[in-house]
Design a protein around this ligand. Structure first.
Ligand code: PLP
Length: 410
């Protein structure tokens, strides 16, 4: 079936038809047939270059050979769900080696589960109830986090029907504002269990922390028996080997991971200081369990992923990311498209496995005209542009500037 028909069909069976950034694609979402490296081919035979790889789990591209090889091997020898494998210890060791605050790791199935567990752990560790979070942050799909998260700003509704005590125990304050934190702690510090923060606010346009903001959060939480949780579901293993905590030089008590960690397979993790992590069952009394926790396929994929994220990867991705970012920005302004690429350049460490894209991006410095021409062709023939907000812009089959502008504004 073609994408148009599939979308009509999907709407009968799946809420909204599709649940993916592709939902923003006009005039209807496309359905993938296959994907390799930075390319996606849809069921209609169109080929796309995936500029969303930098934001999602697949920083090594689709169907990375090493990850797929290990996964297939694991499937062949059996995937004994519910029974631990040596690889789980190996992956934990690797996370601990890379991430400054990690002394122990609990693998779960998603970023949502990881943040939910981190919050529960913080409450248990401090015997306090309130959680501070920041306007516009997103920590997962469960009520206990989404409530009052301000994620409305990221285009998501707050959940109805959340119990009153949950609402009461969630305090929302503006990001990058020290005074708001000081005031709140002065008033309610005895009741605050944790501050949970995305070190770079990912879902409202990649807003970096002000110069010493994370350090300030570290100090004030330490002085007031408040647990500092970094939600590194987006930044983890992406902006540096040790994530935002390495990049900004600030070590939290607990950290949550998702996305990149599983190399494209579902996984999440909660890591942190031993004194807290050992409170998790069965070592301790904080219940955290899941049928698929530590499943061998995701664990194997995670190992194959993290083993490839070495110094060379970060250096290369930064170099290529800067090149392509400048190129995209130039072309947008050359065409009077008022669309700013937000945030730190390091968030745009787009790692192109696709040689063609890289060659053209490199040519930019030597031959602007060639790059412009190439990028125009991309704009006309189907390109993803890095996200301005939560949604990514998918641009295809457009033949003039106005069309492009409309899509960017939509
Ligand atoms: N935290 C952050 C910062 C996220 O961006 C996300 C997902 O986008 C989550 C948590 C939730 O992770 P998951 O979708 O794996 O449940």
């Amino acid at each position: 079936m073609k994408s148009e028909e599939l979308f009509k069909e999907a709407k009968n069976y799946l809420p909204g038809g599709v649940d993916s950034p592709v939902r923003a694609y006009k005039p209807y979402p496309f359905f993938a047939k296959e994907a390799k490296g930075s390319k996606i081919i849809d069921v209609d035979g169109n080929s796309y270059i995936d500029y969303c790889l930098a934001y999602g789990p697949l920083v090594l591209g689709h169907a990375n050979e090493k990850i797929m090889g290990k996964v297939v091997e694991q499937l062949k020898i059996g995937s004994a769900y519910g029974v631990p494998t040596e690889n789980e210890i190996e992956l934990a060791k690797l996370v601990i080696k890379k991430v400054p605050c990690a002394e122990m790791v609990r693998f779960v199935n998603s970023g949502t589960e990881a943040t939910m567990s981190a919050i529960r752990l913080a409450r248990a560790a401090t015997s306090k109830k309130k959680i501070i979070k920041f306007e516009g942050s997103y920590h997962g799909a469960h009520d206990y986090v989404l409530v009052k998260s301000g994620s409305g700003a990221a285009g998501l509704p707050d959940s109805p029907g959340v119990p009153e005590d949950t609402t009461k125990n969630t305090v929302l304050i503006p990001f990058n504002n020290k005074e708001a934190v000081v005031d709140l702690i002065e008033r309610e510090g005895d009741d605050i269990a944790a501050i949970i923060v995305e070190p770079i606010m990912g879902n409202v346009g990649f807003i970096p922390p002000k110069e010493d903001y994370l350090k300030f959060l570290r100090e004030i939480t330490g002085q007031n028996n408040i647990i500092l949780i970094f939600d590194e579901v987006i930044t983890g293993f992406r902006i540096a080997e040790g994530g935002a905590q390495e990049y900004f030089g600030v070590t939290p008590d607990l950290v949550t991971f998702g996305k990149i960690l599983g190399g494209g397979f579902p996984i999440g993790a909660l890591a942190g200081k031993k004194e807290f992590m050992e409170m998790i069952a069965p070592a301790g009394t904080v219940y955290q369990a899941g049928t698929f926790n530590g499943n061998p396929v995701s664990i194997t994929a995670g190992l194959a992923m993290l083993n490839q994220l070495n110094d060379n990867f970060y250096a290369e991705s930064e170099r290529k990311g800067k090149l392509i970012r400048t190129g995209i920005q130039d072309i947008l302004s050359d065409n009077n498209l008022d669309f700013k690429i937000a945030g730190l350049s390091s968030m745009f460490q787009l790692y192109f496995t696709d040689k063609e894209v890289y060659d053209y991006a490199s040519a930019k410095s030597a031959d602007t005209e060639k790059f412009n021409h190439y990028f125009q062709t991309l704009l006309k023939n189907g390109v993803f542009i890095p996200p301005s907000q939560f949604e990514c812009c998918f641009i295809s089959s457009m033949h003039d500037k106005e069309d492009i502008q409309k899509t960017l504004e939509a």
